[in-house]
Design a protein around this ligand. Structure first.
Ligand SMILES: *Cc1c(COP(=O)(O)O)cnc(C)c1O
Length: 416
């Protein structure tokens, strides 16, 4: 059963009715469930039992410190993509030796920070980046642990904006160039070549592209072995999809089983970088209906959350279920659920059949991943607070931003 379920006609987070949260913290408000977060993590852990592994949570999906801390307590590492995420992860208490650093544009300062912290591995995405890591490591008198992120050129069959493992994407080292780059890396006294990996995209609904990518990497790993380059780990990235609507993504256990089957008899430690699969269905965005604006061709439900709070519908035309917090009887009406932001693209859901009145609360479901972390202050809207429910307890894990904080860093020109 979902941790977000109705009790006596009222939608609850674990055992807390959502109207209580709205009354205490206002709306819009992100609400997460500890049980759902831990349950999602445990599904990976259980499926991997017996294999040397490290689950590096891709923190860009949701980087609240309370959530990072929760996963760290369960033994997770982190997959980071910026110096900001490194600092945030360390502040949350992540062990540096469990952090892998991905991303195509690592700056010198970011590489320096990663080396100084003693992270587990840099996932290198180009020859130029490798050369930069060598220079920085040399200057610091360190050896940098590296793994190439190889672009296996497989089609993940997901939304084009979140597909990353095709030749045409900016990510990773081209498969055909990987061997030469490994040879070069292996010769450098400033590098410790420890792994190979891929990350082919996000919200994948099938196992097959993962299997294809893994097979290609295993071929590469064998070629490397023949040249005396022995890797310690293989990183299969993230990308496992979740159910937003009618998708049937593979169960974590099936996905992992398919990977482990391919890896049977191979000595690598397995690294994973799940993001969405750990947090996506562990959170919702709670919002209130401000106005109903009936009309033709559309009826509009104007709510107090907007594209700045949850960008996925506007950006990817993504679907999020929208549920009334209190069920009411009465005729369903078809609505465009939109926010107050001055953009036609500002919608949270289209063509939703709802029985609602002004002042009602709505829950935008599956908002735990790429919700708050992609939010902005567009239209000078303070970001929503974040609340984590644990059984009957409610913890505020991020306060609502103040309007003053939005322009605190700005300065008038002198004179005048
Ligand atoms: C975004 C990202 C992930 C996580 O992707 P999900 O689809 O959220 O699992 C993992 N690895 C890398 C390199 C990423 O950029």
């Amino acid at each position: 059963m979902s941790v977000f379920a109705y009790r006596d006609g009222t939608l609850c987070a674990e055992s807390v009715p959502l109207p209580e949260i709205a009354a205490r913290f206002g709306t819009p408000c992100y609400v997460y469930s500890r049980a759902a977060l831990e349950g999602a993590y445990r599904a990976f852990e259980t499926a991997l039992a017996g294999r040397e592994d490290l689950i590096c949570y891709a923190m860009k999906a949701n980087s609240n410190i309370a959530i990072l801390d929760l996963f760290a307590r369960m033994g997770a590492g982190l997959d980071i993509v910026s110096g900001g995420e490194l600092a945030r992860g360390l502040a949350a208490g992540a062990a540096p030796g469990r952090i892998v650093f991905s991303g195509v544009g690592k700056s010198e300062a970011e590489i320096r920070a990663g080396l100084a912290a003693g992270i587990r591995c840099f996932n290198v995405e180009s020859a130029s980046e490798l050369a930069r890591i060598v220079r920085v490591a040399d200057a610091l008198g360190k050896r940098a642990p590296v793994s190439l992120r190889v672009n296996p050129d497989v089609d993940p069959r997901t939304h084009p904006y979140i597909s990353t493992g095709l030749k045409e994407n900016k990510f990773g080292v081209a498969y055909d160039e990987a061997l030469a780059l490994y040879r070069e890396a292996a010769r450098s006294p400033h590098l410790d070549v420890i792994g190979v990996g891929f990350h082919i995209g996000s919200q994948l609904a099938e196992v097959a592209p993962f299997v294809d990518a893994l097979d290609r990497l295993l071929v590469l790993a064998r070629a490397l072995e023949r040249e005396g380059i022995r890797l310690r780990h293989l990183d299969i990235g993230g990308g496992l999809g979740i159910r937003y609507r009618e998708e049937q993504p593979p169960a974590v256990a099936d996905y992992i089983a398919a990977m482990l089957e391919r890896l049977a008899g191979r000595p690598f430690a397995l690294l994973l970088e799940p993001g969405r699969a750990l947090v996506g269905n562990a959170g919702i965005l709670l919002t209130r209906v401000e106005y109903l604006k009936p009309g033709a061709p559309h009826n509009f439900a104007i709510v107090d959350a907007a594209m700045n709070d949850l960008m996925r519908p506007s950006l990817y035309d993504a679907w999020h279920d929208i549920l009334p917090v209190a069920r009411r009887s009465g005729a369903l009406r078809r609505y465009e659920v939109v926010g107050p932001v001055c953009e036609t693209g500002d919608f949270l859901g289209r063509d939703r059949d709802l029985a609602i009145a002004e002042g009602d609360l709505l829950a935008v479901m599956s908002a735990g991943a790429y919700g708050m972390s992609m939010s902005s202050n567009y239209n000078s809207r303070p970001r929503a607070p974040e609340v984590l429910v644990d059984g009957a307890a409610v913890h505020l894990i991020r306060s609502r931003e103040t309007v003053e904080s939005l322009f605190a860093l700005e300065r008038r020109l002198p004179g005048g």
